[in-house]
Design a binder for this molecule. Structure first.
Ligand code: PEP
Ligand code: MG
Length: 567
């Protein structure tokens, strides 16, 4: 505890709040440049001993961490890593290099690299272990350099995780039961770590300046609705956190279907990334899945999961939802979601490159196999799958996807509208598919020409931007005219105020992090459809994103605005 109150500000994801002790995750150290001569190494024998000692220390720590997480997936990952850190051949390789005069960190890096290549070439199970090899290397190098252990720490008790940034892989290994909140110095509100946190209902604040001043053990209050992180909060702030948690818990108790005050239905659906997510949701009341980001199943792997493995996962998701609508998005890899097995040329601008549906140009077998797996899951369960393609830019691509899907018996074929070109030609797209879903994260990125990974551009990456709202309105109105379902599944749907605008514009479903659903349900139930239409019209009339939001707040029920901190 520092004893000094300190208030930091960033951008909140979700409406949650939390209070608890800080744990920190540290980035991987960079090894000295391989070309650097080991000039400072006077005594190679002593340096060799330091390498052996570093491996031993890392192996010991990993073994202890594995023991405390025994019986969990994390425990398995940690024991595999512990075994690698104790591998005599790997250690002997690094030590031999040091004896030949290499700098210890460079020797560890080079020895690891040799194994990475061997494992990758072997494929299968061994190739899957490459990530563990690299994590052991990072830990050993940090040990040699006297730096804190890199990566996400194991949590002794429920805590607030502070990091510069987290990779999606780091986030995936977190024991979410113990993560009270996530605070990142970098990242962005539509980055994938923020999305995963949102999915799990974990309050998250990103782009927070000054997080380096927060130390393990400091007590902090995190408020995602306000975007604040307060160290050593006073009684009043702690009481606010408790009240917010209580209010959200009360809202979560309402499990009515989504509808406006006058009964106009809007499906409230969940965004998920894994079959576990779908199963966890069984306990909460949602009306289905509006976006299953299947790339999570492919991330961090050296080879694509085969048809049977995929079908098993899709079957689990369909069964978990018991016949509810489940929209499965086909693989959206590339750009900020790179996959090891996706061959790609070096791209100057990956976000504008071969990603999403465009992968069918270079690896058509990936989509074919995934659609086959979806068809298998559909026939195993007898539950119709809603298949959806990401990153569609032309009506031709949309029609081609629909043909691929329907030829396998997937009768509900839809596409994401997340490229401005698709929004502008949505009429032709709607003629070719059964439904559309607007991805406002990418639609904002591509409309405003603002990389979604560049948090400094968050004012442009905002679905309230007039140009983005215009495109959203164009799509929703066109879908209404075609009588086809049109949802919104970007993060903006999780903003209860935006949910009112989208409803006013004609969205038939809103899909979001499950934790955001109660607030959206509450906001919708307090406004008539006509009021949502007025709110939407006012937002569309505004000249700037800030004015659009303010215009919406001005027409929103004051009690809802206060309860959800919308103002
Ligand atoms: C989007 O772009 O809004 C979207 C929902 O897809 P993702 O965030 O997975 O790119
Ligand atoms: Mg997208």
């Amino acid at each position: 505890m520092s004893g000094r109150p300190l208030a930091l500000h960033g951008q909140g994801v979700g409406r949650g709040a939390a209070f608890g002790p800080v744990v920190r995750s540290h980035p991987a150290p960079s090894a000295p440049d391989a070309a650097t001569p080991a000039a400072s190494i006077q005594d190679p024998e002593k340096a060799a001993e330091s390498v052996e000692a570093a491996y031993a220390a890392v192996a010991q720590r990993l073994t202890a961490q594995a023991a405390s997480a025994a019986g969990t997936t994390l425990g398995d990952v940690l024991s595999a890593a512990a075994a690698m850190a104790a591998d005599p051949e790997l250690i002997a390789d690094a030590v031999a290099r040091v004896r030949q005069g290499a700098h210890p960190s460079i020797a560890v890096d080079a020895a690891t690299q040799e194994y990475v290549e061997l494992f990758s070439a072997a494929g299968g199970y061994l190739a899957e272990r490459v990530t563990d090899l690299r994590s052991v290397r990072d830990r050993v190098i940090a040990e040699l350099m006297g730096l804190p252990e890199p990566g996400v720490p194991t949590f002794e008790a429920p805590s607030i995780l502070i990091a510069v940034d987290l990779s999606p892989a780091d986030t995936a290994t977190l024991d979410m039961e113990k993560v009270l909140a996530i605070v990142l110095e970098e990242g962005g509100v539509t980055g994938h770590t923020a999305i995963i946190a949102g999915q799990l209902g974990i309050p998250c604040v990103v782009r927070v300046d000054g997080v380096s001043s927060l130390q393990p053990g400091d007590m902090v209050a995190v408020d995602a609705a306000e975007g604040t992180v307060v160290r050593d909060p006073d009684e009043a702030t702690r009481a606010e956190v408790a009240a917010r948690r209580e209010m959200l818990a009360t809202l979560a108790g309402n499990v009515d279907p989504g509808r406006t005050a006058d009964g106009h239905r809007v499906e409230l659906l969940a965004n998920i990334g894994t079959a576990d997510d779908a199963e966890r949701l069984a306990k909460r009341e949602v009306e289905g899945v509006g976006l299953f980001r299947t790339e999570v199943l492919f991330l961090g792997r050296q080879t694509a999961p085969d048809q049977v493995e995929q079908a098993d996962v899709y079957e689990r998701v369909l069964r978990a939802r018991g016949g509810q609508k489940v929209v499965v998005r086909t693989l959206d890899a590339g750009a900020d979601k790179p996959l090891a097995f996706v061959r790609r040329a070096t791209e100057e601008n990956p976000a504008l490159g071969v990603r999403g549906y465009r992968l069918t140009r270079t690896m058509p077998e990936l989509l074919a196999e995934q659609l086959d797996a979806l068809a298998d899951a559909q026939s195993r369960t007898g539950i119709a799958v809603w298949a959806m393609a990401p990153m569609i830019a032309t009506a031709h691509e949309a029609a081609e996807f629909a043909i691929h899907a329907r030829s396998r018996g997937l009768e509900r074929a839809g596409v994401m509208i997340e490229v401005p070109a698709a929004a502008l030609r949505v009429d032709e797209i709607l003629a070719a598919v059964d439904f559309v879903s607007i991805g406002t994260n990418d639609l904002a990125q591509y409309t405003m020409a603002a990389d979604r990974l560049v948090g400094d551009l968050s004012d442009l990456l905002d679905a309230w931007q007039p140009a983005v709202l215009d495109l959203v309105a164009m799509v929703l109105r066109a879908a209404e005219a075609h009588g086809k379902p049109a949802g919104v599944c970007g993060e903006s749907a999780a903003d209860p105020l935006m949910a009112l605008v989208l409803t006013g514009l004609g969205a038939t479903s809103l899909s979001m992090s499950p934790a955001a659903i109660p607030a959206a349900r509450f906001a919708l139930a307090a406004h008539s459809r006509a009021r949502c239409q007025q709110i939407a019209a006012a937002a569309l009339d505004a000249a700037t994103a800030t004015e659009a939001r303010a215009a919406a707040v001005a027409l929103c029920d004051p009690e809802v605005a206060l309860a959800l901190s919308l103002g």
